[in-house]
Design a protein around this ligand. Sequence first.
Ligand code: FAD
Length: 488
Amino acid sequence: MLRRQARLRREYLYRKSSEEKQKNIQAKKDQLKRSLEENIPIHGDLRKEAIALQKRIEYEDKGPERAAVIGGFSGGANTLNSQDDEYRYAGVEDPKIMITTSREPSARLKMFVKELRLIFPNSQRMNRGGYEMSQLIHACRANDVTDFIVVHEHRGVPDSLVICHLPYGPTASFTLSGVVMRHDIPDIGPMSEQYPHLIFHNFKTDLGLRTMSILKYLFPVPKADSKRVITFANNDDYICFRQHIYKKVCDMPVPDFLKEPLTLYELAEQYWDLRAYPTQYVFSLLALVSDDKLERDKCMELSSPEGQEDWLNYSRRPKRTVLEVLHDFHKSTSKLTIEIIFELFCTIKPRSFSIASSCLTSRGTRIDILVAVVKYYSKLKKPRLGLASNWLKCLRVGDKVYGWIKMGSLKFPTDTHKIKEYSQDLWHLINDKGAYIYISGNAKNMPDNVREAFIEDVFSKEGKLDLDQAKAMLASIERDGRLQVETW
Ligand SMILES: Cc1cc2nc3c(=O)[nH]c(=O)nc-3n(C[C@H](O)[C@H](O)[C@H](O)COP(=O)(O)OP(=O)(O)OC[C@H]3O[C@@H](n4cnc5c(N)ncnc54)[C@H](O)[C@@H]3O)c2cc1C
């Protein structure tokens, strides 16, 4: 046993040291990549190994980058350093969990442990008895337990949960509050023991990601058709825990985005257009659920053909958003069901933006867009804000924006010589009718080419002037303000 522990420790130290080496090489590769992308001289220290490093960039970086995108380095952990190397087998081998209590547990704490055993698949209960903590840990290590959980109580109320990942940690201690057990909820039915899908909300900082790893890897990988969902939602460092079973209520085709479990918060944040202008259909839905007579009558009126003018005045012309309408009809809103909410909100549509930069200067590596931020006033006091342009405005440097490139539909004509083609008409218009010439467009070669075409094809050819006379005629027209140029 001791030899095994010593070997595991050696392996851990070896991994840590090789990771340090890897980190240094990666730092050099990143520095070289930056120099190449930004076209700045390669640092003196890197010059000798630059070619070798560049080859490594080509062959090595794509794999780990992809791994980081889909779940991380070393078997799917969320952080790229050795702290979380303990989770390198996560997702490959199922966790094995042992749960115990503090000494002399109350009946309620024992009940809570039973419940935890149902929450964490692959877990076992262990009577605490008179064992020392070190003895328990030793026994768990010897039996390949991956996580050891201890629950504590205060006067029969579970008040803390310690999760210790074996063999080397991390160990996290959580305070428990507002514990509601299955037995506290009437008519709840039996608890599903399917491997659950997990939802983690708002675990974004380094500490958050690490906490997420600790909780996430207590659960084995679920089957795609599992109906059980467990949510950990972080609000100001309070992690709310919920578990649900979901069932399909109708056979409507489900968009790809909704095929994974999502919180309502995520839907409201990323899927529904809450600034959309409500159609008459929205009012008919509110009328359907409402049990307030006044609100229901108004909604029915606004959704009817006779009420169209009222609907335009109340909703469309002042550009009232769907959220503002729900606020106005709050009694009916409180009766909305999840099915009706899905009917009521429309989804966010993608917005197009023209590429404002040239692919020649950026070598296809970056795109600039020029966005006019939509903000205007209707008769309402609050300004109306465009959804996408204001979202773009609020982004910070480094934030990710997902998009795709569509081919444009504009096609420019091939080279044409319209001045030459219509030279006779143009001579007649300019010479006999006193026509004006306006040149507008690209400032580079176009204005001179147009001038030359007038001199050679119109004045010289049609007016029978020699080249100097033709030039003088164009100059005189320009002096009189009959030739005006606006180019950029
Ligand atoms: C091919 C193509 C290329 C485009 N290129 C660009 C580009 O390069 N840059 C760019 O900024 N936009 C561009 N647009 C427009 C862009 O796609 C968005 O429509 C625009 O950014 C507004 O989106 P939003 O989500 O901010 O506004 P939304 O939430 O969609 O609101 C826009 C709506 O607000 C209303 N509205 C806006 N201003 C007023 C007003 N003053 N009074 C009353 N109602 C008003 C209109 O009903 C409009 O439909 C392009 C669109 C297309 C189709």
